[in-house]
Design a binder for this molecule. Structure first.
Ligand code: URA
Length: 236
């Protein structure tokens, strides 16, 4: 897990975890805001283990890498481009975006898609969970504008379904019929608008899309707009 377990200089630590710039760090230390095991740190040169440090009396969130499960509401985007409107980053603590590296989403959900979104500041985890090579299963609950058809199961599972404008077929995906107009789809890729385009390929429109699972993580009953911290993953 590398860097995060290293002892960091206090000024590096305050900037790494989004509290203030290295230049502002001496003031934070002078004001006694930074402690290790309850004892105020007196110098920004001192190297400390982030896991032992408190700032303003609170432990550092994700001292070994931040990992958060967020319930994305409809109407917000995963992009940081302000022209696109309210972003998931506007709904999360600003300090997480001030970290260096800042938080990012693990893959993206469309503006109108709700559900499970992982947030982290560890690039290696993003890569691991978004690469199709690792076959991370994502589960989507889709409501359609017409009946879900049993015959689509074989089409989606075939590994031969081509999305409009793409040559490479989709990897096999598993469809479960939940009710007349609701289907659950397990996919291992994360192509642009993939689920909506897969249903479009069989002639159906998606009127509501919700992600309930991402790899080992389930959304459960976490309310919209809320998050919870996850333990750092252990990749075997
Ligand atoms: N597939 C889609 O079409 N949209 C999403 O947001 C996620 C997967």
């Amino acid at each position: 897990m590398g860097e995060e377990f290293r002892r960091l200089r206090v000024d590096q630590l305050l900037s790494r975890f989004g509290y203030c710039s290295r230049r502002e760090a001496p003031k934070w230390v002078r004001e006694g805001r930074v402690t290790a095991n309850g004892v105020a740190l007196e110098s920004t040169d001192r190297r400390v283990d982030p896991r032992a440090v408190q700032v303003d009396g609170a432990a550092i969130e994700g001292p070994c890498g931040l990992l958060v499960l967020f319930h994305k509401p409809a109407g917000v985007v995963c992009s940081r481009d302000e022209r696109e409107g309210t972003s998931v980053y506007d709904l999360l603590p600003p300090r997480w975006s001030a970290r260096n590296p800042p938080i990012t989403t693990v893959g993206r959900l469309d503006r109108e898609t709700t559900g499970l979104l992982l947030i982290t500041d560890v690039g290696e985890w993003v890569h691991r969970w978004t690469s199709p090579r690792h076959h991370v299963v994502k589960t989507y609950e889709a409501t359609l504008d017409g009946p879900v058809k049993e015959e689509w199961k074989a089409v989606f599972a075939s590994g031969e379904l081509r999305l409009d404008g793409e040559d490479k077929p989709c990897l096999p995906a598993q469809l479960t019929v939940v009710s007349e107009r609701e289907g659950r789809l397990d996919v291992v890729e994360g192509r642009y608008h993939q689920v909506r385009r897969m249903f479009a390929a069989v002639g159906a429109g998606v009127t509501r899309l919700h992600r309930s699972r991402f790899g080992p993580y389930e959304l459960g009953d976490l309310p919209e707009g809320q998050w919870r911290f996850l333990e750092p993953p252990c990749f075997g």
